[in-house]
Design a binder for this molecule. Structure first.
Ligand code: HEC
Ligand code: HEC
Ligand code: HEC
Ligand code: HEC
Length: 434
């Protein structure tokens, strides 16, 4: 589908019984007023730590063991005890990473001490309530019959089922913001570079819920494509918000370095790989490029549905780069514009369901932007590959497409050895053959 009339589609979506994600911003679990009761209060053998289901249930009830054995979030605190973390801490002049708020804010459910119930343990890391919200006000009521998602939300559960709110939650730690950031100072001490894409990371986490008929009746539509689309739009908004706020008005004299593309500074001097990208036209060789990968991805995805919106986003990205060489105020203004455009994409994406032709068009749109040279920076290539994969695995199997995506993963396996020309050429060859 090329263009569509929004009201008609909204009507169809409502008819289909799918509630649109509302734009009401829920307080993130870390800032909500109710107490966090601790993982132990969820992990009862009759609740979310069931080994063998005896009665039918809406939910899997084995969420605890999935989290404990397969989900890195349960290890987020113990990571702070590792040698790697202690080395980072030493370089930062921190005595103990496992006691420092600057680490705990992302590696644990670091709510104020007054907001911790008797069974709360900081050592649980990113526990259930770091995502689902403090349970004080809903623990005893969320099992009432009949089940009501609305009642749970009203009781203070975080709306993780709403993809917009879910992405805001994930990116608060996986991208960071003014309140908590893996800053370049922390990176410089050895912290790994962060990246995020909601669908890829949902599967990698992995999910401890199943989207079946019962889920759809109780909650929202949740599938890889919606996660990719809504997730990307909200991810881009949070990056834009960082670029429009205090992080670029840094008293140290320059915007926070972690907002830039790492490899625009970090690469070997003999590796002369500088080439202009369409959206960085205007930046001279040697200019430090902002990490615009979330905007590039969003522009690529939007193009299949609204070519005009894509045009405005690409111009917006160009304006962002140009503003980054001028003044903090101009940078913030350009970022606010991108935030608004990313919100427009979110609205667009929340109102539609793609058919297979739309998905193919979107994949080709992603590839075309690569052929035009927009994936010269590793970070953009990395986002594009995760998106192509999410789109392709929801299509009937196409061997040539799977092959090109497998190769794309190989090209982008390592940010230090990424060869953008080879990747570009491969995408070009694939599109030519089609
Ligand atoms: C409170 C902060 C926080 C929130 C909220 C959060 N994460 Fe994480 N996440 C982390 C930390 C910290 C790690 C690294 C844990 C470790 O290995 O020590 C991590 C690790 C992960 C990993 C493993 C990454 C890898 O390299 O394999 C995935 C996948 C992931 N998170 C997905 C998500 C998703 C999806 C969401 C939102 C639904 C989310 N996270 C929300 C902090 C958070
Ligand atoms: C803005 C949130 C944030 C802050 C602040 C933060 N981290 Fe992390 N950290 C993460 C996330 C998210 C990951 C997982 C990255 C991934 O795999 O995608 C991670 C990964 C790590 C890893 C690698 C873990 C592994 O599984 O390999 C170490 C070590 C680490 N962090 C230590 C620290 C220390 C020490 C501090 C404090 C100085 C800190 N972090 C502060 C979010 C954060
Ligand atoms: C990193 C974030 C994160 C953590 C940590 C986490 N969850 Fe979830 N959980 C989610 C997301 C996202 C969903 C899917 C959206 C939804 O249904 O609300 C979900 C869904 C659920 C569901 C609902 C399934 C359904 O069919 O309605 C249950 C129950 C649940 N989680 C329990 C737990 C328990 C228990 C823990 C701790 C052992 C936990 N979660 C830890 C993010 C998280
Ligand atoms: C504006 C240029 C610039 C950008 C962009 C940049 N860095 Fe750096 N980085 C530096 C400088 C300068 C140093 C200090 C080098 C030194 O002390 O030898 C440094 C140091 C480091 C170090 C420590 C290296 C060492 O020898 O111990 C790491 C790790 C690092 N940066 C990671 C990152 C990551 C990850 C990103 C992207 C999020 C990034 N950098 C973005 C300029 C940059």
């Amino acid at each position: 589908m090329l263009k569509f009339k929004l009201p008609v589609l909204v009507g169809l979506v409502l008819l289909a019984g799918i509630s649109l994600t509302t734009v009401v911003a829920a307080e993130l679990p870390a800032f909500s007023p109710q107490k966090h009761m601790g993982v132990a209060t969820c992990a009862n053998a009759a609740c979310h730590a069931v080994t063998q289901l005896e009665e039918p249930s809406n939910v899997l009830q084995n969420e605890y063991s999935t989290w404990l054995f397969h989900d890195r979030h349960s290890k987020a605190y113990s990571t702070l005890l590792s040698q790697e973390s202690q080395d980072i801490a030493t370089k930062l002049g921190i005595k103990d990473a496992s006691k420092a708020d600057i680490c705990l804010d992302c590696h644990a459910d670091n709510v104020p001490v007054d907001n911790r119930g008797p069974e709360f343990h900081i050592t649980d890391g990113v526990g259930c309530e770091a995502c689902h919200g403090g349970a004080e006000t809903w623990l005893s009521r969320h099992t009432l019959e009949p089940y009501s998602a609305e009642r749970n939300l009203a009781d203070g559960m975080y709306p993780t089922a709403k993809l917009g709110a879910r992405t805001e939650l994930c990116v608060s730690c996986h991208v960071g913001n003014e309140k908590k950031l893996a800053s370049h100072t922390i990176m410089g001490a050895g912290h790994p570079r962060l990246s995020f894409e909601l669908d890829t990371f949902t599967i990698r986490q992995p999910e401890h819920y199943v989207v079946d008929q019962d889920y759809l009746e109780r909650k929202n539509l949740d599938n890889p494509i919606r996660r990719l689309l809504v997730g990307s739009a909200v991810h881009a908004q949070s990056v834009a918000k960082n670029l429009a706020g205090a992080l670029v008005n840094n008293p140290k004299g320059h915007p926070e370095v972690a907002l830039y593309d790492c490899h625009s500074c970090h690469h070997s001097l003999s590796d002369l790989k500088w080439k202009q990208r369409p959206t960085t036209a205007g930046l001279k060789p040697g200019a430090i490029r902002l990490n615009d990968s979330s905007f590039i991805l969003l522009a690529a995805l939007s193009g299949a549905l609204d070519i005009d919106l894509q045009g405005r986003m690409l111009l917006g990205i160009k304006a962002l780069h140009s503003a980054s060489t001028k003044s903090v105020e101009e940078l913030q203004l350009a970022a606010s514009n991108l935030q608004a455009l990313s919100f427009d994409s979110q609205t667009l994406f929340e109102s539609i369901d793609l058919n297979d032709a739309d998905k193919r068009k979107m994949i080709e749109g992603l590839m075309r932007l690569g052929v035009q040279g927009e994936y010269r920076d590793y970070v953009a290539a990395e986002q594009a590959v995760m998106a192509m994969d999410a789109l392709s695995y929801s299509l009937p199997s196409e061997p040539n497409l799977s092959d090109v995506i497998n190769r794309a993963y190989r090209y982008t396996q390592n940010d230090e050895t990424y060869k953008s020309d080879d990747f570009r050429k491969d995408l070009e060859d694939y599109l030519k053959l089609k």
